[in-house]
Ligand binder design. Structure first.
Ligand code: NAG
Ligand code: NAG
Ligand code: NAG
Ligand code: NAG
Length: 270
């Protein structure tokens, strides 16, 4: 029996940390690659120096990047990315030559419900992968013909396939990343202070790898307010969706997204 009078005005708060929800990924594997335009000399989410943009850089999808805003554990990491095939074209395109680029992660590709940066612990993106590398391209550091096509087969409209299936390998930045010998391209913008984190050669050790900015500052979280028998309000203090290519200083988002509330109900035990 449900005692309405006893519970009608009862409520409880639930704070659910999403800190454990970051995607853990192996050092080598498969991923998708997209590309985006970033102005040269732009200071992206990690706060890496503007000179870093003169070398190959990329954004990483939020749940693998490890923070919903500002810097995260992926910042500064270097990966060798190798084009394998397109899969949205009909037929898929397998380029005759193998093309690779070594990038440094400098930016965050925000979590979204669809799109290529939407992988979570609960499922991959539409390419079946947990990781998406959003390459800064065009770039003075990468040839304009980096992405191959075959106009005879696909026509001029497919000079840019947009999304690629790739393999990735974690590599040390030293000796692999084109900017690793350029002091001006390393580290974070000094004026950002603790607001930037861009190690020259992060290895995953806490000594040389960025923490999660959003874990440190308490973003994101979910509040459920239970009213009587029903979960009447649930807010998810947003995983930030405004940081990609936004300039510093970033403001922590205050807007909230309403999430999963409908199917929950509360039953009295007495
Ligand atoms: C990501 O979006 C695609 C559609 O673009 C969808 O098929 C996939 O299930 C989504 N993944 C997650 C984890 O939401
Ligand atoms: C990506 O490439 C791997 C290795 O060839 C393959 O197993 C996988 O099916 C490919 N995925 C897509 C979406 O093409
Ligand atoms: C394009 O595809 C056609 C048909 O498969 C092939 O004969 C030609 O060699 C390809 N061209 C290039 C540049 O790969
Ligand atoms: C990391 O820092 C701790 C404390 O300063 C030190 O004991 C440890 O040896 C360091 N690890 C590496 C790999 O440098």
């Amino acid at each position: 029996m449900i005692k309405k009078s006893a519970y009608a005005h009862a409520f409880a708060f639930y704070l659910v940390s999403l800190a454990s929800a970051w995607i853990q990924y192996p050092p080598d594997g498969f991923a998708t690659m997209t590309h985006y335009t970033m102005p040269s000399d732009f200071v992206a989410s990690c706060g890496c120096t503007s000179d870093s943009s003169q070398f190959p850089t990329a954004a990483m999808n939020q749940m693998a990047y490890g923070s919903s805003t500002s810097y995260g554990p992926a910042c500064g990491k270097c990966f060798k990315l190798t084009l394998l095939n397109t899969f949205l074209s009909d037929p898929p395109f397998y380029p005759p030559e193998s093309k690779s680029v070594v990038i440094k992660v400098t930016d965050l590709c925000p979590l979204s419900t669809t799109g290529w940066c939407n992988a979570t612990e609960n499922g991959p993106n539409a390419g079946g992968h947990d990781l998406n590398f959003d390459l800064v391209w065009p770039s003075s550091a990468i040839p304009d013909d980096f992405f191959p096509s075959n106009e005879t087969l696909y026509g001029a409209s497919y000079s840019d396939f947009g999304v690629w299936n790739i393999s990735y390998a974690t590599v040390t930045c030293q000796s692999n990343w084109a900017g690793s010998k350029d002091a001006a391209a390393l580290g974070s913008v000094a004026s950002l202070g603790d607001g930037g984190c861009c190690p020259a050669n992060p290895t995953g050790n806490a000594n040389n790898t960025c923490p999660s900015f959003s874990d440190q500052s308490g973003v994101p979280y979910v509040i459920s307010i239970w009213f009587g028998r029903l979960c009447t309000y649930c807010f998810c203090c947003s995983p930030d969706t405004t940081t990609s290519s936004s300039s510093y200083p970033l403001t922590i988002p205050t807007s909230a997204l309403v999430v999963l509330c409908a199917s929950l109900s509360y039953y009295s035990l007495s």
